[in-house]
Design a protein around this ligand. Structure first.
Ligand code: FES
Length: 237
């Protein structure tokens, strides 16, 4: 087997391992594995604990789940349109990676970290300045951080279309089971978790009890709710 047929990925323990892409189905991968980090495979469930079904997601609705840490919120959207495939992206340091596209029967379901790489505006329980915009809204079809109006292309791996963001939102890697269940399995792209946990100690204590609890890795299940149920104030400028 040629070397390029294997991908180097970070295991949950941080060790670099090589795996054959054929063993991971439709998981979204980095071009050379450098920007993919695998975390626990976590099932998305609704507020009652029932498995979330991919085909039951409302189109254009903003959903939130926390992954890979208890205190890091992610945006889940069933887009109105199928996404592009195999989108080549670049992080703020020039590292290239490939976002494979949306999942689900129509290839429309995407998830991204809710932490903006510009100045760490993030989805939290008090407010959210980050939302997917539907037809009829300003920046329709995009995800916008209204911290300073960075516009991300939701159909193309959240590449930056406008604004000061130095790189795409990190993508949450999703899988859909044969029973239509939804799973998060890793993070693709340069995430901002380290900077986030270093910057919001007081908020994390207020919203999760302590920074330590906010940094706990999510295991097994992640409750997924409407953004409007998760946050008190959705801000769109
Ligand atoms: S923090 Fe998101 S655009 Fe500045």
């Amino acid at each position: 087997m040629e070397r390029r047929n294997f991908l180097k990925v970070l295991s949950a323990t941080g060790a670099v391992i090589a795996i054959n892409p054929s063993t991971i189905g439709q998981t979204l991968m980095a071009k050379d594995g450098a920007l993919y980090k695998r975390y626990a495979k976590v099932q998305l469930v609704d507020g009652s604990g029932a498995p979330l079904k991919a085909d039951a997601l409302k189109t254009g609705e903003n959903y939130v789940f926390n992954y890979p840490y208890a205190g890091t919120s992610c945006l889940l959207v069933n887009l109105p349109m199928p996404t592009a495939k195999d989108v080549e992206l670049t992080d703020e340091f020039g590292n290239e990676y490939v976002w494979k596209g949306g999942v689900g029967s129509k290839g429309t379901i995407v998830a991204y970290s809710g932490i903006c790489p510009h100045q760490l505006t993030h989805i939290n329980k008090n407010d959210s300045f980050i939302t997917f915009r539907n037809p009829g809204e300003r920046f329709a079809g995009d995800i916008v951080c209204d911290g300073h109006t960075s516009v991300y292309d939701a159909e193309r791996g959240c590449r930056v279309k406008e604004g000061k963001a130095p790189q795409p939102l990190a993508a949450i890697v999703l899988e859909v089971g044969s029973d239509n269940t939804l799973w998060a399995v890793g993070v693709l792209g340069k995430d901002k978790f380290h900077e986030f946990f270093g910057s919001f100690r007081r908020e994390l204590k207020e919203q999760f009890g302590s920074k330590r609890k906010a940094k706990a890795k999510v295991a097994e299940r992640a409750e997924t709710v409407l953004l409007s149920d998760y946050t008190r104030d959705i801000v769109k400028l």
